[in-house]
Design a binder for this molecule. Structure first.
Ligand code: NAP
Length: 278
């Protein structure tokens, strides 16, 4: 029997890397999406010779199609057992003066990119039939101030995930979304660096209006990242979604995610806004 094959986007670090190494250890044929040659070498040192790094920039349609062709040639009739849509970036900043190019970049990567990859790999998933696991976020269920772009992208993924889950039922392709709270990965440092650059490039009126709040927020982000849950918790959820005979539709990961869900269910808007703004 052919070994099951899966594709994971954004496997150079964090959740994607941890998932790639986990499934590689379990004996899967893992196609691990990366964007840089140096990540190919790093992955090959960490994983078995079975794991295949795959050049996959999710905003580049030609590259996505080339990747799908490579995978198709390798897996043949067996198709894919799974696709983990994990690649993502976090854009933050005050919506009043956020450069629209940053809002577009956020959606290009976190939403359009995921759909482009899903479309390209669906024929192989139908052959499996395989499963789709989308990495959402608690930010797709509760929108906090100053991470509006990121939240909006994850809300959009919630909607696409729910539509896709029902659309693909006739072929037995299960679609799940994983909704982690704060997880200890490099995304925090990357977004702090990038968002500091955005902050510096804001016009001076915007700096005057928002700088004090944003500096406070930055401290808060640093505190949250220090209390983040281990990446292994997300790997467990992805593993259940991909291998369990009874996969769930959604997986909340982390105590903070559960607390946030409780908060939005039971706290009225007025009180919630007051608590958040404090
Ligand atoms: N960490 C958290 O607290 C947390 C919580 C909830 C949800 N999530 C979600 O989990 C997913 C993974 O994040 P992470 O925390 O593991 O962060 P990470 O370590 O920064 O990993 C993000 C991955 O996405 C890749 N990526 C970024 N832009 C891409 C693009 N345009 N095309 C292809 N790949 C791209 C990165 O590749 P490069 O190395 O080449 O940039 C990297 O491999 C994201 O969807 C994120 O929103 C994270």
């Amino acid at each position: 029997m052919a070994i099951p094959s899966i594709v994971i986007t954004g496997a150079s670090s964090g959740i994607g890397l941890a998932c790639a190494l986990h499934f590689d250890k379990l004996g899967y044929q893992v196609f691990a999406g990366i964007r840089r040659e140096q990540d190919r070498d790093a992955l090959q040192k960490m994983a078995s010779s079975r794991l295949q790094p795959l050049m996959l920039e999710v905003t580049d349609e030609a590259m996505i199609h080339a990747a799908a062709t490579t995978v198709s040639e390798k897996v043949g009739e067996a198709g894919l057992a799974g696709l983990v849509n994990n690649a993502g970036v976090a854009v933050a900043g005050p919506l009043e003066c956020l450069p629209l190019s940053e809002l577009r970049r956020q959606f290009e990567v976190n939403v359009i990119g995921q759909m482009a990859v899903t479309q390209a790999f669906l024929p192989l998933l139908r052959q499996g039939p395989g499963r789709i696991i989308n990495i959402g976020s608690i930010s797709g269920l509760i929108a906090m101030p100053f991470i509006g772009p990121y939240s909006a992208s994850k809300y959009a993924m919630e909607a696409l995930n729910d539509s896709l889950r029902v659309e693909l039922r006739p072929w037995g392709i299960h679609v799940a979304i994983v909704e982690p709270g704060a997880i200890a990965t490099p995304i925090w440092e990357k977004s702090i660096d990038r968002n500091q650059q955005i902050l510096e490039s804001l016009p001076s009126t915007a700096q005057t209006l928002y700088r004090p709040t944003l500096l406070k927020l930055l401290k808060n982000v640093q505190r949250t990242s220090r209390a983040a849950s281990p990446v292994e918790w997300v790997v467990l959820a992805v593993s259940h979604a991909l291998t369990s005979p009874q996969p769930r539709n959604r997986y909340l990961v982390g105590r903070d995610a559960r607390a946030a869900l409780w908060f939005i269910r039971f706290i009225p808007d007025g009180l919630r806004d007051w608590l958040i703004s404090r």
